[in-house]
Design a protein around this ligand. Sequence first.
Ligand SMILES: *Cc1c(COP(=O)(O)O)cnc(C)c1O
Length: 392
Amino acid sequence: MSHLQQTDNTYVAHTYARFPVSILSGKGSEVFDENGKRYIDMGSGIGVTAFGIADDAWVAAVTEQLNKVQHMSNLYYTSPCARLAELLCTRTGMKKVFFSNSGAEANECAIKAARKYAAEKKGPEYNVIVTLQNSFHGRTLTTLSATGQDKFHELFQPLTPGFIHVPANDLDAMKEALSNHKVAGILMECVQGEGGVIALNADYIQGVAALAKEQDVLLMIDEVQTGNGRTGALYAYMNFGITPDVVSTAKGLGGGLPLGATLLGEKVETIFAPGDHGSTFGGNPVACAGAVNLIERMDEALLHEVKEKSNYIFGALKDAPGVKSVSGMGLMIGIETVRPAADVIRECMEAGVLCLSAKTKVRLLPALNIPMETLKEAIEILKRVCAKEACI
Ligand SMILES: *Cc1c(COP(=O)(O)O)cnc(C)c1O
C-alpha cells in the first residue's frame, strides 16, 4: 500500500471500499496510476466525466470562467447559469431550472416541488411520493426514504415519512398505490442504475405517465444517471415519448464538477417563490460554464455515436463465453457474468480496464466519446476475463 493510500485510510471516513489504485492523471478514456500503469476507464467516475478526463473543450470553458468569476452567490445574476438554464429548457421543453450540486439535491428539490404542488392543489394530506422497488435516489435522509432498497434504510431510522415503494413494471400495483394513498407524485428512473442497470418496459413507463396525467399526480423522472446523453437520447425519458412534470439530473451534467439540476415543467413552473428553496453553491458559474459546453456538444451526431457503441457492446457480449446476460440502454450497460462480478472487476483492473459494479453485475458507463478502438480494446479484455474458467 502506498503512502497516499495509508494517509487516506487513516483520515478519510470509511464509507467507501476503495480499490488499491490511485489515479494521478488521465486524458479522455485513459487514466494512469502512481506507477504509470495505464487503464481504460469504463466507469467515467460513475457516469460523470461524459467527455472523459481533462477534455480539452470542457477544460477551456471551465478555465475561462474560473479566470472571470468563480462564485457570486444567488443574490446576483451570472451568465453561465442563465445560459445553461436556457439551453436545458430549449432542448427539453421544460420551463424552469433549479440548480444544486448533486443528484440527491436535485431529487430533494423535485420532492419539495411535488409536495407543494399537491398541497396547494389538493390539500396538504396529499403528500405521498410513490417510487419503485429496487430504485436509487440518493443518500440524504429524504432521498434514502425514496430509495426502494431496504439495505440502505436499516441503520438510519427513522426516515422521512411519506414514501411508498411499488414493484417496477407492474401497472396494477401503481394503480392500486394511487387509489389507496393520497399521492403527490411518482419518482422513477427509466433505467434503474444502482439497482442493476435494468431498463423499465416502455409500455410501463408510458402507462405510468398516462396515469399520472389522468390523476394530476406529478411525474418525476430521475435522470441523474440516465441523463445527459447516456442512453442515446439527451434524457432517457425522450426514448419513450413521454412528457414528465419534473426531471432531476446531475452526474454527467457537470462533467466532473458538482452540479445538479431540477427541470420544472408547465405544472410546477411557478411552484417556488423566493425563499422556498435555495443552495449556496447551486448554479455555480464555473460548473455551469462547463455544463453549457457539454450540453452544446451533445448533438444528434454524438447521440448517434452513443447508440452505435451501445450496439457494438451488446453484440460483442451477447452469447460471449462467461456472460449470462447483458442489460441496459445506450452506454449504460449491466453484465451478468458466470464468475462473481467482483472477481471479473478485479481481474479487469489488473489487466488495465476499470469497470463498475451494480448489485451482482459488472456495470459499464464509459465516456460518451470513448474512441471506438479504445472501447474495443476494453471489451476484448473484459471478454477474456469473463471467459476464464467459465467453460469448465
Ligand atoms: C447517483 C444517483 C443519485 C445520487 O446522486 P448524488 O450526486 O450521489 O447525490 C440519485 N439518483 C440516481 C438514479 C443516481 O444514479
